[in-house]
Structures are given as structure tokens and as C-alpha cells.
Design a protein around this ligand. Structure first.
Ligand SMILES: [Zn+2]
Length: 323
């Protein structure tokens, strides 16, 4: 049995997992990222986690087929360089070269974390025998990626796609963290849902949201909005309709550009389930161009949760190969 290491290098935590040939995480280690830290220190932490896992599992380094690192930033496919990772305060870092110093005989791969998540789902999660899948992760921001024919699509230049930053309005209403305006992320993220809730509450209409929702930065619970909508609260229903409007618009744009066989939704907001999925599917079916001749792709929820990024990173070695 050969094993692969998958690393999810996040803004808050580093998760390192060992994956077996059936794409299962057989063991994992966690550490704090403690950004900002120099890349060398981050690699030290990752290497220590790998050593701990190997020791605990009684495995030698020679049983490890590859190391893959998923990172929230822009990666140059050609050189493997991380060009930019805002949350980690890093620029122009050669992570594979730094990892090679610790593990000279193991191939090292790196990719954007959203790409790793969709690659993990493609191989081991919610994607069953579809040739292509497009995934959107609805969290604090909106990540996304497209996998087809066992490869991550990174655009013509190899720098990756950013579906969360496509414009879904014109006219500069809402500023995005990326420096642009009216990105999909400004509407269908936790931040976007919180803003739409604040706007709705300002209208002084009677709503249970006024009594149950906390608008604090870390205490805002998106689930309550969807639960209130399910319970028939008019204001909550309006917020969910607005949310669905923008998400469907984004998906429509992605469908006409990429024609994926399947759309996957991940991230905390997707846990809302049917109260989100049912109106979303109906709206996408109504608005997708050529929907009458080419039916819209199925929209499903991701299966692997946070494990998707680790599994996808561990699978990077296999890109384009038939397994
Ligand atoms: Zn943006």
C-alpha cells in the first residue's frame, strides 16, 4: 500500500493527513498557523506533523508517494510558486522547494485550497462518475474551482479561476475585499448574508430575526436565517430569496462558460440544505441559457466537508492520470 500526504494550510489552522489508496484519511495532525510567520517556519511545522504521523502509523518515508499542499492563494502552475496569499501575509514563496529540503525523495505539489477541495470531492466525495464538476464554497468568502477529465482547470495562464469574484451586479454597490465591486462573494458569503440581514432589519418590519439573530462579527449564525425562512418569517424569506437570486445568477454564468456536468456547493452556508437547494435548483433551471435543450446540471452538496481540501491536496500527484 502506498500513501500520500495532504496538507491544508489555512489562515488559522494547518491540517496534515495521510491518505491511503482508497482516498481515506487514515490519520491526521493539526497545528496552529500563527500567521504571519515566515514560510520556512510554516514548512517546519508541516514537516513535524508529517514526522509525527509517520511515527504513529509505523510507516517509513519510502511508503509516501507524494506530498500535496493546498493554500489559500494564487499559485503559478508552471513554476509551483505561491505568488500571493493575503491571509498568510506571504508573497513569492517556493513551498515545494522548501519541503524538498526536508523530504528530498518525495515529489511535492501545491495548488490553491479551493481547487484542492473540488479535486478531493471529485475523487472521493459527492461526484459520481461525472467527467467534470464545478464547486462553490460558501463561507466567510466564496471559493470555487472546476475539475474536468481528472484535472484542475486553472485557466489559460495557469493562475486559477476565481468564481467568487465574478461581478453579479453593475454599478458599484458593494465593495469586495479583492478591491473590486459587486463580486458574487459580496452577496452569497457569510459576510454578504449578514449585510443583507442588517439591511432588512433596518426596515423595522416585524420579524423573529430581530429576537434571535446576533449581528456580531463572529456570532452571526447563517443557519438561523434559513430556519426562520422555513418557519415562514416573511423578512427571512425575502433575505433567502435575494441570496438565491445572486447565487443562481453566479451559477448561471458559470454554467454557460464551463458547462459542468455537476455543480457542488460546500462551506458553512450550504449546510442550510433543502431550504436553499430547492429554490436554487428551480431558479437555475429557469435562468440557464439553453435550459430547454441542455438541461441545467444537478446541484448537490459536498460530502467531505473540511476533509475535501486534505484529500484533494494528497491527490494532486494524480492529476490527469487514470487511476
Ligand atoms: Zn471580489
Amino acid at each position: 500500500m502506498a500513501y500520500s500526504i495532504g496538507i491544508d494550510l489555512g489562515g488559522t489552522n494547518i491540517v496534515v493527513g495521510i491518505i491511503d489508496d482508497t482516498y481515506k484519511i487514515i490519520d491526521r495532525e493539526r497545528a496552529k498557523t500563527r500567521a504571519p510567520r515566515p514560510a520556512e517556519f510554516l514548512v517546519d511545522t508541516m514537516a513535524q506533523c508529517i514526522d509525527t504521523l509517520l511515527m504513529r502509523q509505523g510507516l517509513s518515508v519510502s511508503t509516501i508517494r507524494s506530498i500535496g499542499i493546498g493554500i489559500p492563494g494564487v499559485v503559478d502552475l508552471e513554476t509551483g510558486m505561491l505568488l500571493h496569499a493575503t491571509n498568510l501575509f506571504l508573497k513569492n514563496v517556493d513551498f515545494p522547494a522548501l519541503m524538498k529540503i526536508r523530504f528530498p525523495d518525495i515529489p511535492v505539489f501545491i495548488a490553491n485550497d479551493a481547487d484542492c477541495a473540488v479535486f478531493g470531492e471529485y475523487h472521493a466525495g459527492a461526484v459520481h462518475n461525472y467527467q467534470s464538476v464545478l464547486m462553490l464554497t460558501l463561507g466567510t468568502g466564496v471559493g470555487g474551482g472546476f475539475v474536468y477529465d481528472k484535472k484542475i482547470f486553472r485557466g489559460g495562464t495557469g493562475f486559477g479561476i476565481e468564481p467568487g469574484h465574478m461581478a453579479v451586479e453593475a454599478g458599484g454597490h458593494i465593495a469586495c475585499n479583492c478591491g473590486q465591486w459587486d463580486c458574487l462573494e459580496t452577496y452569497v458569503s457569510i459576510r454578504g448574508l449578514k449585510r443583507m440581514t442588517e439591511e432588512a432589519l433596518l426596515r423595522n418590519e416585524e420579524t423573529i430575526l430581530r429576537h434571535c439573530v446576533s449581528l456580531g462579527e463572529s456570532s452571526f449564525n447563517t443557519r438561523l436565517i434559513f430556519e426562520a425562512a422555513t418557519a415562514g418569517d416573511k423578512v427571512a424569506i425575502e433575505i433567502v430569496e435575494r441570496f438565491v437570486h445572486y447565487l443562481a445568477l453566479g451559477i448561471r454564468n458559470l454554467v454557460v462558460l464551463y458547462r459542468p456536468h455537476m455543480i457542488l456547493l460546500g462551506g458553512g452556508i450550504s449546510h442550510a440544505g433543502d431550504v436553499l437547494l430547492e429554490p436554487l435548483r428551480a431558479r437555475v433551471a429557469l435562468t440557464t441559457v439553453s435550459g430547454d435543450v441542455l438541461p441545467p446540471p444537478p446541484i448537490e452538496l459536498s460530502r467531505l466537508g473540511n476533509d475535501a481540501g486534505v484529500i484533494g491536496a494528497a491527490m494532486l500527484y494524480s492529476e490527469g492520470q487514470s487511476l
